[in-house]
Design a protein around this ligand. Sequence first.
Ligand code: GLA
Length: 335
Amino acid sequence: MNRFLALLVGLTVLAGLVVGVGCKKQSAPGSEKIKIGFIVKQPEEPWFQNEWKFADQAAQQYGFELIKIGAMDGDKTLAAIDSLAANGAKGFVICTPDVKLGPAIARKADSHGLKLISVDDRFEKADGSPMEDVHYLGISARKIGQAVGGHLYEQMQARKWDPAETAVCVVTFDELETARERTEGAIEVLIEKGFPKERIFRTPEKKAEVEAAIDATNSLLTQHPEVKRWLVCSMNDNSVLGAIRALEGRGFNADTVIGIGINGTDCINEFQRDKPTGFWGSMLLSAKQHGFQTAEMMYQWIVEGVEPPLDTRTTGVLITRDTYQQIFKEQGLAE
Ligand code: GLA
């Protein structure tokens, strides 16, 4: 009898445990994976694919779910935030397609109680000033631009080009603070080093894309058939690549062009070509910090209540066709 009782008690406890565990699962949605969104403006650009790749690594390491969304305009961006909220996300990281959407994005995030970190392109208020109360991680744009200017000048000297026959093609995208800072930084250093100011030509692109940069450069080249050699800079690799393609269309090549991009992620095919082109180098930025660290900061903010710093800036390092493989290896970026 005693044994029967003991068995009964044992079974009851076991059943209670099973029910208890079952109940716990249902009543504690907190045990589900945390969901975090990562919205980018140009999902086709290798830079952003890299950010996503590294954010995925953070998701794996911390065990959260990363929801990646490409949003190329304002409507898509606001709809993406609604859908993140509907899916139970707790926060998101975003590189907005337009910095002027900043206030609308922040309002929408707030209305859903979603935490928000902006990456790459800093939100702007209606008057054009930065939204300093929105958490941001971006590059030290002016410094990286200055490095571009310095390397361009050095390379021109190393090739003993006559500055009187050389000009600078600056493909600009002044709507975007981080872009403006990069190109103005490059121009500033070129002038400081003694490059003739009157032969530094700015030409605006409509979008930060190869095709738009080709158009911008073509219109500049039409105006300056007298220039024999060109230095090229812009806000990122794709914009410089566009300028290089336009220059090639008019017979310029690696002997007559020195171009330096920014990102270091969108120029690998270019470096892998059989012959060098006018695209000489790039400032390699840290897609890992931009992707992994922002996702990590978001996770720790949600789970541990650790608020990230309001403004985090990252640096860059020069890579060329000759050095990129070694530098990728050193930085653990090689496939
Ligand atoms: C901007 C550019 C990208 C990349 C990032 C880096 O968003 O469009 O190509 O340079 O900045 O922060």
